[in-house]
Design a protein around this ligand. Structure first.
Ligand code: ATP
Ligand code: MG
Length: 356
């Protein structure tokens, strides 16, 4: 069966890691017909928008997409292309599995946890205001997405929307995910002791939803204590479910537990469409140097193959990554440095992809 998939290589290291990912997917023998679309800073000049309609049309048609990181030009009318895509397709669940692999260069072993991040609400709503003077006592201007350049209000307010519907569907997603993959525990992460209305709502909804899943253990942790727990004993965690902003931060923390951003895959899932993408950004500091680690995008492709109903190919990709890392002779500079403090002997992005 042929699978139509939209491929957005993206900016920075995007094209390099996308090429490596394509070679790996081709090697599985699964028949993927790529529909290539350009988005990000690279098309902004020519198209006047970093997110042309053709990209939205392609994703709407293929229902499945994989993308490299995109940079969002300032003043382009977008706060973030990723946020815009997640909104456009209501990709409410961001799923980021973090699994230790031998040779990953991490100081931790036996990490096997999944971050389930709410993707549509919270401080990411991007509703921010310049506040009035204390005398005026009211909001005087809204900072909209067309505001060019840096925004430097003298005093500012950001809005944090959390709804019962938005909370329930992400928590339910986390429990269903746990159930379908034989996982045993779900941990709701919050700061309800301080943000009683918003995080309190998220936590209370989670407690209620948990009652529908008596076979899955449930606990709540305050985000700061949870971070400490993660760095002290990450093997103690299973499925984490978090509001958007904590999810963003804890995702990068968890990437650090398994060898860094170069290794952490992800998926943005909605009821209609899914977009697979690595946790990391466009890494402009190493772009165009054949130095990036494409593993995160390759493992995102494995998640995509699972989603497409090709679990054999998905496992083959994961096994190949595991083997190449364990062997340790064809690994990228980030991994080399983590293992030996030097990038000597590292291979490039393309050579690593080829090895996988
Ligand atoms: P964003 O705002 O999009 O999350 P960011 O500012 O957090 O972006 P990243 O682009 O994720 O930044 O990069 C953070 C650091 O990690 C950079 O030093 C970058 O070189 C490194 N990095 C990110 N991805 C990779 C990768 N795939 N391989 C090697 N190094 C990477
Ligand atoms: Mg980041």
């Amino acid at each position: 069966m042929t699978h139509d998939v939209t491929l957005i290589p993206g900016d920075g290291i995007g094209p390099e890691i996308a090429a490596a990912m394509e070679e790996v997917v081709a090697a599985t023998g699964v028949d993927v017909r790529w529909r290539r679309e350009r988005a990000g800073a690279q098309v902004y000049e020519g198209c006047g928008t970093p997110l042309p309609d053709s990209v939205l049309e392609a994703v709407a048609e293929t229902k499945v997409a994989i993308k490299g990181p995109t940079a969002t030009p300032v003043g382009s009318g977008f706060r973030s292309i990723n946020v815009a895509l997640r909104r456009a397709f209501d990709l409410y669940a961001c799923v980021r599995p973090c699994l230790s692999m031998p040779g990953d260069g991490s100081r931790y072993r036996d990490v096997d946890l999944v971050v389930v991040r709410e993707n549509t609400e919270d401080l990411y709503a991007g509703v921010e205001f310049e506040a009035g003077t204390p005398e005026a006592g009211h909001i005087i201007a809204s900072v909209n997405e067309r505001t060019p350049g840096a925004i430097r209000p003298s005093s500012a307010i950001s809005v944090k929307p959390i709804s019962p519907e938005g909370s329930e569907r992400i928590v339910r997603y986390a429990f269903e995910y746990a159930l379908s993959r034989g996982r045993r525990r779900v941990c709701c992460v919050h700061k309800a002791n301080i943000m009683k209305a918003t995080d309190g709502l998220f936590m209370h909804v989670a407690e209620r939803v948990a009652e529908d899943y008596p076979d899955i253990a449930f606990e709540c942790r305050i985000v700061d204590a949870c971070c400490m727990g993660l760095v002290c004993d990450p093997a103690d965690f299973d499925v984490l479910v978090l509001p958007n902003l904590y999810g963003d931060i804890v995702s990068d923390l968890c990437a650090g537990l398994i060898g860094g951003l170069g290794l952490a895959p992800g998926a943005n899932i909605g009821s209609e469409c899914a977009i697979f993408e690595a946790t990391h950004g466009s890494a402009p500091d190493i772009a165009g140097k054949d130095m990036a680690n494409p593993t995160a995008l390759i493992l995102s492709a494995a998640m995509m193959l699972d989603h497409l109903g090709e679990p054999g190919a998905a496992d083959a990709v994961r096994d190949a990554v595991r083997e190449v890392l364990a062997e340790g002779t064809s690994v990228t500079a980030d991994i080399c440095r983590a293992l030996t403090d030097s990038a000597e002997g590292a291979v490039g992005c393309a050579a690593y992809g080829h090895a996988v």
